[in-house]
Write a new protein. Structure first.
Length: 253
């Protein structure tokens, strides 16, 4: 025993320990008895620290970390490196406390060029015209000479006075009912004469300040039962909502 070396002694103790463990396992299988194994601390210290195998990478491509007092157990919690620092948490945007406001949809801005209608030629007074003007309810009635649309200064003044009244009534329109003389078998000729008279009155009203969109010209032609006393050489200029009466008014001289 004096010449036994230390390695041989270690191998003997290791073999005895394995033999004791195997014997306890066989006894546990043979009978439901409990066995107690006592291990000498000094003998284990003499064997030295066990050699750990080198860490092998997982199949996913990441290296396995050793489990110890300071290590992370896989699957238990996130690694310490995955926890964000306070500075990173402070840089995150704040959490909204209320939903965003509804979007406001504004109509597209369309710049539509306006092309106003050019004003008609201004009607000049004809001193040789023998027409006249008379007042009727809601307007004025102009009398022309046969087959003519010329107006003298008194007729133009009567239309300008009516335009002044219409400037105070912006919500009403001007109705021009124009008539013309002719034969019953030729209705187009009276209508052409009536249209020329109505357009002449319209021109005077426009140059007097009445908007063109407020003037409605009706070229009737030969008078009918709705003429209300107007002859074939007349036009009635009235405001909307008023029907000209067949009562003859006072003449404007």
């Amino acid at each position: 025993m004096q010449h036994l070396s230390l390695p041989f002694f270690r191998r003997s103790l290791h073999g005895l320990a394995l033999l004791g463990v195997a014997t306890c396992g066989l006894c546990g299988l043979a009978a439901p008895t409990h066995a107690q194994v006592t291990t000498s601390r000094s003998a284990l210290d003499a064997l030295g620290a066990p050699q750990h195998p080198a860490a092998t990478p997982h199949e996913g491509g990441t290296a396995a970390t050793a489990t110890g007092p300071g290590g992370d157990v896989p699957g238990s919690h996130a690694p310490a490196s995955a926890i964000a620092s306070p500075a990173a948490l402070a840089s995150l945007p704040p959490i909204a406390t209320k939903p965003p406001d509804n979007p406001v949809l504004r109509p597209p801005e369309l710049h539509v060029p306006q092309h106003p209608f050019p004003p008609p030629p201004e009607v000049k007074a004809n001193p040789d015209a023998r027409g006249r003007a008379e007042r009727i309810p809601g307007g004025t009635r102009l009398h022309f000479t046969s087959q003519s649309a010329d107006m003298n200064s008194r007729m133009i003044t009567a239309l300008q006075t009516f335009a002044t009244v219409m400037a105070k009534l912006p919500d009403q329109h001007v109705i021009v009912a124009a008539y013309g003389e002719g034969r019953q078998d030729d209705p187009s000729t009276p209508r052409r004469v009536a249209l020329s008279r109505g357009l002449a009155a319209r021109s005077v009203l426009i140059h007097a300040g009445v908007a063109p969109t407020r003037i409605y010209v009706r070229a009737i032609g030969l008078p009918d039962e709705n003429a209300h006393g107007a002859g074939a050489d007349c036009i009635d200029v009235t405001r909307s909502g008023v029907v000209a009466s067949d009562t003859t008014g006072s003449s404007a001289h």
